[in-house]
Design a protein around this ligand. Structure first.
Ligand SMILES: [Ca+2]
Ligand SMILES: [Ca+2]
Length: 315
């Protein structure tokens, strides 16, 4: 194989050295395009160009989710909130976004209507990229396609019911089958040595009647949420699948030009991106007008998931 590749490299460089002056050379000769694509499949990045640390984040990036200025209009997507924690925690990492909203208004979107179906599609995309030579060290999945506890299964014995729960998922409707599909793909990624982080889910205050099915995958890191003082957060799901706990609650404060929601004092969303602030309003005015209405803190297992990943990869 290597010999064939070297042969093509030589062949290709000869071809380009002869025809380099002809701008439209490649488009008029699709054969060369085919050879070039063989040499470097679409989407691949050569190993020497890749940064030391490469993280995938699968989340919702198109739909706005969080309303910071409490005017009833959301200001930022769920994915962008989580992304910010990863970027600040691992400033040297390359973080690649996989947007589950991207299927909206597409042909695929007609079939991928459930969140787990979209997640399954993105996990398949990541595996394809890896097969094409891309590297990922970790995957952040701050999503929880939940299932209800059934029969004798409780948070305290959930671990021992994994086989029977998964058998039920396989026999279930398209949404249940997508959950099992995600579990299989996550196990495949874990077996490649990639650390996959999923949130435990936010079922704590609701009585832990549901659990995140992604936590059923062998090798996955399922993260529960802690308060700032290290105690378990009431909102966090808590069950036998949770094998990691991380801080999830961070104060939201005002900076000179926006809002800091990661607790480090740097701006994470500028005032001008908040829905209540009209463009052109001075920062000072924006700051004052938000004085009493701003959300006080942010926190859920989705944040804890990113924090656990950051803690594990921070040098
Ligand atoms: Ca708003
Ligand atoms: Ca910040």
């Amino acid at each position: 194989m290597e010999t064939i590749r070297i042969f093509f490299v030589v062949l290709l460089s000869c071809a380009f050295s002869v025809h380099a002056q002809t701008d439209d050379f490649v488009p008029k000769r699709p054969l060369w395009t085919k050879i070039r694509n063989f040499m470097r499949p679409a989407g691949s990045v050569s190993a020497e160009l890749q940064p030391a640390l490469r993280i995938a984040i699968i989340d919702s990036f198109t739909k706005k989710h969080k309303d910071f200025d409490k005017d009833g209009i959301n200001d930022i997507s769920h994915g962008d909130v989580i992304l910010r924690f990863l970027q600040e925690g691992l400033p040297d990492a390359e973080i690649v976004k996989f947007d589950i909203d991207a299927y909206e208004n597409t042909m695929a979107g007609m079939f991928l209507i459930d969140q787990a179906q979209r997640l399954e599609a993105e996990l398949k995309n990541i595996i394809k990229l890896i097969e094409n030579g891309e590297k990922f060290d970790a995957i952040n999945i701050s999503m929880s396609p939940n299932e209800k506890y059934e029969g004798e299964t409780t948070p305290e014995n959930l671990f021992f019911s994994i086989d029977s729960i998964r058998a039920n998922l396989r026999r279930g409707d398209f949404m249940k089958r997508a959950r099992e599909g995600c579990i299989v793909l996550i196990e495949q990624l874990c077996a490649m040595g990639i650390k996959v982080y999923v949130g435990a889910g936010n079922e704590g205050e609701k009585g832990n009647r549901e659990f995140n099915t992604l936590g059923l995958a062998n090798g996955v890191i399922t993260v529960g949420a802690l308060n700032a003082d290290g105690s378990k957060a009431a909102i966090s799901s808590d069950n036998m699948l949770v094998n990691r706990w991380a801080r999830s609650v961070f104060a939201v404060t005002k900076t000179d030009d926006g809002i800091d929601f990661t607790g480090d004092g740097t701006t994470d969303i500028p005032y001008k991106e908040l829905s209540s602030i009209e463009e052109g309003v001075a920062n000072k005015q924006a700051k004052d007008s938000l004085l009493n209405v701003i959300t006080e803190f942010i926190g859920a297992t989705s944040v804890a998931t990113a924090i656990a990943l950051v803690e594990d990869f921070r040098k």
